[in-house]
Design a protein around this ligand. Structure first.
Ligand code: ATP
Ligand code: MG
Length: 426
């Protein structure tokens, strides 16, 4: 196949074999969010570029080098495929005045786009489930988000593989004073900085702490810590979050170097991380972003939220063999011969009317070859129609995997009896 006709690098097809895992995950997510009273939002995949620049920050990896940005040929406007969900969610909340009567608990799910080097757990189109609580000052909501994520790992069976790291970024003033100390510290050691970090020193020194370069780690480890700059209010907020976690019995580690790659965060930030995915170890990340609503033009409102990487969680589920049963129909309908073919479609529809899931064999073929397909479909039962059955206005019900009670392995009967047996039991 020529390259032109292949999928874009780093963008994946979801094939039927993997669909049950995705559905299982999505169903779990819906049940989980309902349990906490969060309501779904869907926003467009395309937004004006300015939204992300303003929300995420000009000097972040995402905005500097990861966004799919293009000029709309029809009107010359700069457009961007969303790289994350919070900016759009907040934009929509402001645009539709969702906060007019108080705080809102919201969630979204869908594809995000970032131009990164594709590898296991890192794609150019990937999926996030995100949760945002807009209009709540916390710290109760910060705690709710940590409790709810902890519950999700339990529901998925992943709790033992995922651990929590938290930090506080304080308010703008704490970050400004920390920024000054960082600039001093790194300027005195400028010869030890890699090229990226030298540039960051002038634009966004905090981001140097997020460097993934192993050669920089010792320098970063010894850098001044933001947590030392927190004022009383920020400190009290952070203490309350920790007390909430302790009370709920959720283990965590305070990681003073946790800064996150987006500029809108303040106060609490957190990451759920695993050792199971190599370098792509963060499966869920978030925190408080009290300034964002105002920054995007809304009436000031505190907020916090988080997003999880769906692909990374699904890799963990499948590595841990936590797989749902494969999709299988109740019935595979085998039909051999002209008379059978003529009535098979109607028989299948009648069975479906009764709520049964039926795959109707198509394309003819011998009894033996059709039975092979029936078996491969993983159906519980085969319903067979041949010349004899067609003449007698009956079918043969045969157990493939399903229960057949005390019945012989297969038996002729009228269609209503099949329905009766499969719906009410043998
Ligand atoms: P990383 O440090 O791994 O690049 P990030 O800080 O850029 O992550 P966020 O913007 O916080 O990630 O996104 C939240 C979650 O979305 C991440 O924790 C991760 O699980 C997932 N994620 C982010 N980028 C990708 C990607 N390119 N492919 C797959 N999942 C991703
Ligand atoms: Mg990233």
């Amino acid at each position: 196949m020529s390259n032109q006709l292949r999928a874009v690098r780093g963008m994946n097809d979801l094939l039927p074999a993997d669909a049950p895992l995705w559905s299982h995950f999505e169903q779990t997510i819906r049940d989980w969010l309902k349990r906490y009273g969060y309501r779904e939002m869907r926003t467009p995949i395309l937004e004006h570029t300015g939204l992300f620049k303003r929300a995420i920050g000009e000097v972040t990896d995402i905005v500097e080098k990861e966004m799919y940005t293009f000029v709309d040929a029809l009107n010359g406007e700069s457009m961007t495929l969303r790289p994350e969900g919070t900016a759009s969610c907040v934009r929509a909340a402001i645009e539709h005045n969702l906060l007019f009567d108080g705080g809102k608990r919201l969630w979204y799910a869908g594809p995000m786009f970032r131009h990164e080097r594709p590898q296991k757990g890192r794609y150019r189109q990937f999926h996030q489930v995100g949760v945002e609580a807009l209009g709540f000052a916390g710290p109760d909501l910060d705690i709710e988000h940590l409790l709810m994520t902890a519950r999700l790992w339990k529901m998925l069976g992943l709790a033992e593989f995922i651990r929590l790291e938290i930090n506080s970024l304080g308010d703008t003033q704490a970050r400004a004073s920390h920024r000054g100390k960082l600039v001093d510290y790194f300027s005195q050691r400028a010869d030890q900085l890699d090229a990226d970090s030298q540039r960051r020193l002038l634009t966004n020194p905090l981001r140097i702490l997020d460097s993934k370069n192993p050669a920089m780690q010792a320098l970063v480890e010894a850098a001044p810590q933001l947590i030392d700059e927190l004022d009383d209010a920020a400190r009290a907020h952070f203490e309350a979050v920790k007390r909430g976690l302790d009370a709920a019995g959720i283990a965590y580690r305070v990681n003073p170097r946790l800064v996150r790659g987006l500029d809108y965060y303040n106060y609490t930030v957190f990451e759920w991380v695993t050792d199971k995915l190599g370098a792509q170890g963060t499966v869920c990340a978030g925190g408080r972003y009290d300034g964002l609503v105002a920054q995007l033009g809304g009436k000031p409102a505190p907020a916090c939220g988080f997003a999880m990487g769906v692909e990374r969680l699904l890799v963990m589920l499948s590595d841990a063999k936590l797989l749902p049963p494969p999709d299988a129909p109740d019935i595979y309908l085998v039909n051999v011969g002209e008379a059978a073919e003529r009535i098979a479609m109607r028989a299948a529809e009648t069975l479906r009317d009764a709520g049964l899931n039926v795959v109707l064999h198509g394309g003819g073929g011998s009894f033996k070859s059709q039975m092979k397909k029936a078996d491969a479909s993983l159906a519980e039962y085969a319903v067979l129609i041949g010349d004899d059955e067609a003449a007698a206005n009956q079918v043969t019900l045969k157990a493939l995997r399903g229960e057949f009670g005390a019945q012989p392995e297969q038996r002729r009967m009228a269609l209503p009896e099949v329905i009766e047996l499969l719906k009410t039991g043998f």
